[in-house]
Ligand binder design. Structure first.
Ligand code: SAH
Ligand code: F3S
Length: 459
């Protein structure tokens, strides 16, 4: 692809909303812009291009962005040359609504259009907003080097899009079909990241464990399943290969889909010492009836069995989850099944949401959003309370134990302390002592809340 040089120095500020995939996409956008001669800045005040990378997963995410755009328009009035762009999932989802609500926006770019960002920013003189909204199943940005902030943990997108089509979810519509990046490129990426000083890599994908090298990618010569297998090509193989990268301390991944939790994945987690014993395994509901309406492709019983199998093979496995309450047709009984399953599994942590109908999805088109807002609120408060209690108990049980923590940086509250994560992804705060950022230290836990461990380094 030809590189476009900016006509004059253009300083770009990117503001990111939503999930880690968006954070990773912002790094990708920074990569595309930097190689075209743009400069990335950390402060809105010094930018002449502001890109808002948006989230469309729930209605409140969209509202937040629309308010933010209004606010940014005030700045645009004072700084008429300011280029304001809306990127990401919401750009793809409600392009016309954005143009109606925020006609002052200069460009609207979906997740498969970021290659055109330099051209879009340059064409700002024409007056009409630049629209980049084609989904492109052959776009994987495999050749683009993302620009990351220095740090200990790097996020690496290994797969884009999603083929699962859960009835509540907008992701397949705004991010398109599933496609994976070839394994040898990912291994090269990780070696480069280690060389740059990163210690931990988090592999990212919407259903990260359905990753398959080559076979599913329309970009590269297709392999038959047999060929791919012989070459070593599924997610378990990728973990095994990552585990061998010298200098890398830890590997994590998010988010796996329960239906793709295969034997090779479990085996790799059980045997690879760099692969953290941590799994974010979205449940969504504990009611098989609701799961069916969601098209999650597993029953509550199958999920329960998977967790049991994984815990048996991977001692001390930390499990977290996502849960939606108030989905179409969810009765009090269904909700109780969710509570019971959460109480039985005892997750280390959970992200919990009220169902939010998304235009375009199958649930929006064919199911009745029949649980009242008030009832959704009550159910949400109830499971949050349940989960807080469980997280607190699990963390209390760690008091007196020694955990391995990768020091990430100074604690926000106290410059004499570092914060970092345990293997199980629990935030831990401890006095710095002689330790350095990027070092793996042993910390004796002295106290704990539902979300944080506090401790001291031990030799
Ligand atoms: N496969 C992705 C899912 C991304 S969305 C992943 O696991 O990373 C993240 C979570 O948002 C989902 O697991 C689900 O719990 C929640 N979610 C998605 N669509 C929603 C909706 N319409 N209303 C409420 N919550 C939703
Ligand atoms: Fe969404 Fe289901 Fe894919 S939650 S991202 S459609 S696995």
């Amino acid at each position: 692809a030809s590189e476009i040089k900016p006509q004059k120095a253009r300083r770009v500020y990117i503001e990111t909303y939503g999930c880690q995939m968006n954070v990773s996409d912002s790094e990708l956008m920074a990569g595309i812009l930097t190689r075209s001669g743009y400069e990335m800045v950390d402060q809105l005040e010094s930018a002449d291009v502001v890109l808002v990378n948006t989230c469309a997963i729930r209605e409140n995410a969209e509202e937040k962005v629309l308010n933010r755009l209004k606010h940014l328009n005030h700045r645009k009035r004072r700084q008429p040359n300011l280029v304001l762009g809306v990127c990401g999932c919401m750009a793809q989802h409600i392009k016309t609504k954005i143009l109606d609500a925020a006609p002052y926006v200069d460009l609207v770019m979906g997740p498969d259009s970021y290659r055109s960002l330099p051209r879009a920013i340059q064409s700002m003189t024409t007056g009409d907003p630049f629209l980049g909204l084609k989904l492109d199943k052959s776009e994987d940005y495999a050749d683009v080097a993302p620009v990351r902030k220095e740090g200990v943990r790097a996020w690496l997108t290994i797969q884009r899009g999603c083929d699962k089509m859960c009835t509540f979810c907008i992701v397949p519509f705004v991010r398109g079909r599933e496609r994976s990046i070839p394994m040898h490129l990912l291994i090269d990426d990780v070696k480069r990241l280690v060389h740059e000083g990163f210690k931990e890599v988090v592999l990212l994908g919407q259903t990260v464990n359905s990753y398959y090298d080559g076979e599913k990618s329309p970009l590269y010569p297709p392999l038959t399943k047999g060929e791919a297998k012989r070459r070593g090509g599924d997610f378990g193989d990728l973990l095994v290969a990552m585990n061998e990268v010298e200098g890398l301390e830890r590997v994590r991944f998010t988010s796996p889909h329960p239906s793709d939790a295969t034997e090779p994945l479990i085996e790799a987690m059980a045997t690879c010492d760099k692969v953290c014993k941590q799994m974010h395994l979205p449940l969504q509901s504990g009611s098989t009836k609701v799961l069916k309406a969601m098209r999650r492709t597993y029953t509550a019983e199958e999920y329960r069995e998977l967790v049991a199998r994984m815990r048996e093979r991977i001692p001390n496995l930390s499990i977290s989850t996502d849960v939606i309450v108030g989905f179409c047709g969810e009765t009090e009984e269904d909700f109780m099944e969710t509570c019971d399953l959460m109480a039985e599994i005892r997750y280390d942590a959970a992200f919990m949401f009220k169902y939010s109908a998304r235009e375009g999805t199958l649930a929006y088109k064919t199911l009745n959003d029949d649980v009242s807002e008030e009832e959704k609120g009550r159910r949400l408060r109830e499971i949050i309370e349940l989960q807080e209690r469980i997280s607190h108990e699990i963390n209390q049980a760690l008091v007196g134990k020694i955990v391995a923590v990768l020091a990430e940086g100074e604690s926000r509250r106290d410059a004499e302390h570092y914060h970092g994560k345990t293997d199980s992804f629990k935030t831990t705060v401890f006095p710095k002592g002689d330790s350095n950022v990027g070092e793996l230290v042993r910390v004796k836990v002295e106290s704990a809340t539902a979300h944080t461990l506090l401790g001291e380094i031990v030799a």
